[in-house]
Design a protein. Sequence first.
Length: 115
Amino acid sequence: QVQLAESGGGLVQAGGSLRLSCAASTSPFSIGAMNWYRQAPGKQRDLVASITSGGTPDYSDAVKGRFTISRDNANNTAYLQMNSLKPEDTARYYCTAAFQGRVYWGRGTQVTVSS
């Protein structure tokens, strides 16, 4: 099994930056793709960014050019660097990891962007 713990959320003004972290409890070398999702109140959960085990990233159109996903396999951690934040980025952000045919979810971290 894999346990994921997100951190780094908080309150920031529009135009600011935050860096989210996702720490995995198992060996990073056996974890496949890792993703970041977000869900705002009353809205569906959307995929924000993904990164393969080899480090190839992909982004939703809403965050492309502003967010950067990365992973540090040596430290069991994935990151989401969020720049030029907008009020519409306000949501709870969740990390997922693929491991032995299953997808595991963290509990999320709240990001609030004030205008």
